[in-house]
Design a protein around this ligand. Structure first.
Ligand code: NFE
Ligand code: MG
Length: 498
């Protein structure tokens, strides 16, 4: 039992059956009910982007963006150039700081030996200087034995002093870098968390030369950190754990809705959408999305498309073991997230994605199959960060100061819209139906709902459940191997149960 899984958002419990030191069965349980889809019924559609942002404190930005995208569609809106670019820049800054958060503050300490840094009393001057700097930043001997680094599972942590020291230094610097990233969101979206500036028709903040300059200065900080710390650190940590490129493979099918429209008509997205089933690429068809509920605590019918989805809670339901539904694509179990986006983009031969993946594979001596693994997810996330942070600089240059970033609109009496977007953790969809100017149905299918989904009606386990099976657990009292596999997906259960 891993309950709760720490260093993720929300309440996730993992039950495994282990035989001969290997996981043979795994069950993911989301231990919380939120009820947002019920709360939204009967409300003014304009409330949706404010209410759905409260699904999560980590990713309010993508929920807001998916919601206004669904509304754009329902109201028949085409964005202005500034509106499109601002949304890309808001989302870009959010992705970059969120991926940095996931690596340094949530996952790296599964590998980096923070305790070894605290205990270091060798003669290396540069390491002693680093230790003094780290302690000055922390303002006490908080490192050992103290939270947030301890307690932890015992396991095979990194033994290279220099790597441990540098990673911990970057852990601390990442806090400042993330601050800059969140400020970049606030500059163009009004505030953070839960931006008020995300509205159907565009973004309510004005584009000014001052704001562009302020965003640009912070973007520079982010780009430097990604180039000199995040990407190299992921590769250095990965070198110590080559076996994790063969652990935590998962279902091997991937889905991305795509994100970052490159034109106002949204016909092409910088990170493309698509579905990869058994290594074969398919165009996305939202009608193929369904949610099963056999093992979920809902009395609603199973197998509904979210356009007609229902979310009636049934806490005592027999055999149900989670508050997550089981989303499926044409009946297939699919993984979503940075790895899915990179796999789909690679198969589309999107130039930035293809080049950086090919380069990285050559430099590291890895094979393409290694990407589909626990460490492959970390690498894909870092590569995606690099691609996005560089592209943000180009979008910023395309903004036209003082030109409008929104268009006016009217809400029709009856309409519907689907906001298919991407959150840092994967494909995020909001399905909106409007009747008599009010929300008649609102359904969210969220990244972690896909990844941490329970078994479906056919009994097929979800992506994380599948990724755990086969994992070798050295010591059942310290199942660090399983924790590493689960955290590679960057789960957010607050979102998943919504
Ligand atoms: Ni609560 Fe979220 C992201 C969304 S994940 S963090 O990224 O949508 O299920
Ligand atoms: Mg839902």
């Amino acid at each position: 039992m891993l309950d709760p899984i720490t260093r993720i958002e929300g309440h996730l419990s993992i039950r495994t059956e282990v035989e001969n030191n290997h996981v043979v069965e795994a069950y993911c349980s989301g231990e919380m009910f939120r009820g947002f889809e019920t709360i939204l019924r009967g409300r003014d559609p304009l409330d949706a982007q404010q209410i759905t942002q409260r699904i999560c404190g980590v990713c309010p930005v993508p929920h807001g963006l998916a919601s206004i995208l669904a509304q754009d569609q329902a109201y028949g809106i085409t964005l202005t150039k500034n509106g499109r670019l601002l949304r890309n820049l808001i989302s870009g800054a959010n992705f970059v700081q969120d991926h940095i958060l996931h690596f340094y503050h949530l996952s790296a300490v599964d590998f980096v030996d923070v305790a070894a840094v605290a205990k270091y009393n060798g003669n290396d001057n540069s390491l002693n200087e680093l230790k003094a700097w780290v302690n000055s930043q922390l303002n006490s001997n908080i490192l050992f034995p103290a939270a947030p680094f301890l307690p932890r599972y015992s396991g095979n942590y990194i033994e290279n002093d220099e790597l441990n020291f540098i990673a911990l230094k970057h852990y601390l610097e990442a806090m400042e870098v993330r601050k800059a990233g969140t400020q970049m969101v606030a500059l163009f979206a009004g505030k953070i968390p839960h931006p008020a500036g995300l509205i159907p028709g565009g973004v309510s903040e004005k584009v000014t030369a001052d704001k562009i300059a302020a965003y640009s200065a912070r973007l520079k900080k982010l780009r430097t950190f990604v180039d000199t710390a995040y990407l190299p650190d992921v590769i250095e940590v990965a070198k110590v754990y080559p076996e994790y490129f063969d652990i935590g493979k998962g279902c091997g099918n991937f889905l991305a809705y795509g994100i970052y429209p490159e034109s106002e008509t949204d016909t092409e997205r910088f990170l493309p959408g698509g579905v990869l089933l058994d290594n074969e690429l398919h165009a996305l068809n939202a009608a193929q999305i369904t949610e099963d509920t056999r093992f979920s605590r809902f009395s609603s019918p199973s197998g509904l498309n979210p356009n007609v989805g229902q979310s009636a809670a049934d806490p005592g339901k027999q055999d149900a073991y989670t508050w997550l539904k089981a989303p499926r694509y044409d009946g297939h179990v699919v993984e979503v997230g940075p790895l899915a986006r990179m796999m789909v983009g690679y198969h589309y031969e999107q130039p930035q994605i293809k080049n950086i993946i090919d380069d990285t594979l050559t430099k590291t001596g890895l094979q393409p199959r290694h990407l589909v693994s626990a460490l492959g997810r970390h690498l894909a996330r870092a590569l995606e960060t690099k691609i996005i942070v560089d592209r943000c600089a180009e979008w910023l240059e395309q903004l036209v100061p003082e030109k409008p970033a929104f268009v006016d609109f009217e809400i029709p009496q009856n309409s519907h819209g689907i906001g298919l977007w991407e959150a840092p953790r994967g494909a995020l969809g909001h399905w909106l139906n409007i009747k008599d100017y009010k929300i008649s149905n609102y359904q969210c299918v969220v990244p972690t709902t896909w990844n941490c989904s329970p078994r479906d009606d056919q009994g097929k386990p979800g992506p994380v459940e599948q990724a755990l099976v086969g994992t070798r657990i050295e010591d059942e009292q310290n199942p660090i191997e399983a924790a590493r596999v689960v955290r590679s997906f960057d789960p957010c259960l607050a979102c998943a149960v919504h």
